[in-house]
Ligand binder design. Structure first.
Ligand SMILES: [Fe+2]
Length: 354
């Protein structure tokens, strides 16, 4: 298992606050030990992105683990509670959501190679809650991969869970409209990031989280909304939430489109790197996703069923598959291995996570 230095995300640090991780410089020299108080010198280095934390390299030797279904269900129930009704969020509801954030934080920071069955609870009625939970989980994975930790990571998870809160004030018919929206309808929809922030005006919540919510539809090239912000003007939380949001949305079945497989969604998001999304966030998405856990059972577009036996680290969307059943459902006697990296006529149409 290799240890590597990863850049440390810095916005949450302040002079006089103690750190929960060992912090290093680019040469691996310890700058500040866990539990020590952040000094002015370290703070300056942090600001110029010259501080690193030590992590296991992709933790590839640790077997991936599925995010607990029970925890997912609890998170979903809490989201339903906070999203319900489109009313102003109360302090009690916000505290309940922060408990949810703590639960996600604990599970994800304990399990570096975790994956989610994003489709497990999707249905038409509770799409917004499920989507919010999924975005919270994906954004967390991305953020951990980028070196986010402690309070900053928790803030980002909170922003991701609440990113679409404002949609509760938009008529359902408009949200679920199967065909193209009129210009006027689209203008109404485009208000939801601002409305989400308004729903949180009565509670104590950091401006960083609010920026994450307000700016989650901004795009790297300045073509997003509501403010048309560009590249580094977009808050770092919003850059992460934007990628998680789009990744989950395009994999879900909606009235206006059919969900696409995860590997294809990743390739589409990658195509938007540097135009729609911050490149470092897209890279972190790729590095953090376990799209096809080893030994998971997959169905190919040809109708064949097989198991994943290897995943190329640079192409996680194109694993090596050992075919078990042919397209007629007959057990295959010979050892047939399909390399999806070379055989571009075959692709995975579904994956069984159980
Ligand atoms: Fe949104």
């Amino acid at each position: 298992m290799n240890l590597i230095l990863k850049p440390c995300q810095t916005e949450g640090f302040a002079h006089g606050v103690s750190t929960s991780r060992n912090l290093f410089d680019a040469q691996g020299v310890l700058l500040l030990a866990k539990g020590e108080v952040v000094t002015i010198r370290v703070l300056e280095l942090l600001k110029s992105h010259q501080v690193y934390i030590l992590q296991f390299e992709s933790d590839k030797t640790i077997p991936p683990k599925c995010f607990s279904q029970e925890r997912y269900q609890n998170v979903l129930a809490s989201m339903q509670d906070i999203y319900q009704g489109g009313n102003l969020v109360t302090e009690v509801k916000l505290i309940a959501t922060k408990d949810v954030v703590d639960g996600i934080f604990d599970e994800l920071t304990k399990n570096p190679r975790i994956y989610f069955n994003l489709n497990q609870f999707r249905n038409f009625d509770n799409y917004t809650y499920v989507h919010s939970v999924n975005v919270g989980l994906i954004a967390s994975l991305i953020a951990i991969n980028m070196g986010y930790m402690d309070e900053q990571l928790k803030e980002l998870i909170l922003g991701a869970l609440l990113h679409d809160l404002g949609k509760m004030t938009i008529p359902t018919e408009l949200l679920n409209k199967p065909t193209g929206l009129t210009t006027q309808e689209f203008e109404i929809l485009k208000q939801h990031p601002i409305r989400g922030v308004e729903l949180l005006k009565e509670v104590k919540i950091s401006p960083e989280v609010l920026a994450g919510i307000r700016q989650h539809h901004e795009r790297w090239n300045g073509q997003g909304y509501p403010d048309g912000l560009k590249s580094n003007a977009i808050h770092p939380y919003a850059r992460v939430i934007a990628v998680a949001d789009v990744f989950d949305a395009i994999t879900a079945d909606r009235p206006y489109h059919e969900g696409i497989p995860l590997y294809y969604a990743l390739e589409l998001v990658e195509a938007g790197s540097d135009s729609d999304f911050a490149p470092e966030v897209v890279l972190a998405l790729r590095n953090s996703l376990v799209i096809y856990p080893e030994n998971s059972s997959v169905k190919l577009n040809t109708g064949e069923i097989g198991i994943v036996i290897d995943i190329p680290s640079n192409f996680p969307t194109r694993p090596l598959i050992r075919i078990l059943f042919d397209k007629y459902g007959n057990l295959v006697q010979d050892e047939i291995v399909v390399d999806l990296l070379r055989d571009l006529t075959r692709f995975i149409s579904s994956v069984d996570f159980q």
